[in-house]
Design a protein around this ligand. Structure first.
Ligand code: G3P
Length: 224
């Protein structure tokens, strides 16, 4: 399973990329607004910081303007995935950009029918928003199961990119269902490391080791 981080904060991205576990980045207009810096400058810095796909969303709503924006964004770097909304015009733009060899991430997916359309339009990624479905009392993870089943039935190449993740449980459920990618907020990515028994166990190991008065590098007894 690939891990993308869902942020436009370049410092966060660089820090998480240093773990070697980051496979890509997703941004959206809200995250870019939060970054409060010129859009293309931020994207360029993100593309330099990570090798994997970097999703950059268009803000136009008609196909002609979406294509112009998408082509402009795609020029920034080979790892840009142009993000388009799941609308009729968005899927027309998806088809055209995909045919040109540009990666496309179709976003704001809330139903299996929409995901089916995106795959037929040649999307590289489909982004179902699980947290926002949970927020309105609908089981977001059920949508992931449906999309994985449909894409498997027809061997679609479109990757299921689970978005709007709220906590580690969403990531684990997505992995159990065989989703290809999870785009995870930085705070949730850090939560994945944490378990109280790990902290407790490490503290006990170190306390016992301290009592021996030894250091591993200072021990020459078994050195070659
Ligand atoms: O980037 C798309 C998606 O992950 C947004 O999540 O938390 O705004 O619902 P959220």
């Amino acid at each position: 399973m690939k891990f993308f981080v869902d942020t436009a904060d370049v410092a966060e991205i660089k820090d998480l990329a240093s773990t070697g576990l980051l496979d890509g980045v997703t941004t959206n207009p809200s995250l870019m607004a939060k970054a409060g810096r010129p859009y293309l400058e931020v994207l360029r810095e993100i593309c330099e910081a990570v090798d994997g796909p970097v999703s950059a969303e268009v803000t136009a709503t008609d196909v002609k303007a979406m294509l112009a924006e998408g082509r402009h964004l795609a020029k920034i770097s080979d790892n840009i995935a142009v993000k388009v909304p799941l609308t009729v015009d968005g899927l027309k733009a998806c088809k055209a950009l995909s045919d040109e060899g540009t990666m496309v991430n179709v976003t704001l997916c809330f139903s299996a029918a929409q995901a089916l359309l995106a795959a037929k339009a040649g999307a590289t990624f489909i982004s179902p928003f699980v947290g926002r479905l949970d927020d309105i009392g609908v089981d977001g993870m059920h949508l992931i199961a449906e999309i994985v089943e449909i894409y498997t039935n027809y061997d679609f190449a479109t990757e299921v990119l689970v978005a709007s993740i709220r906590g580690p449980a969403h990531v684990v459920e997505a992995a159990k269902m065989g989703a290809d990618v999870a785009t995870i907020p930085p705070a949730v990515l850090r939560q994945l490391y944490a378990h109280p028994l790990t902290d407790k166990g490490l503290a006990a190991f170190l306390a016992d080791w301290e009592k021996t008065g030894q250091t591993i590098l200072g021990d020459k007894s078994g050195a070659a």
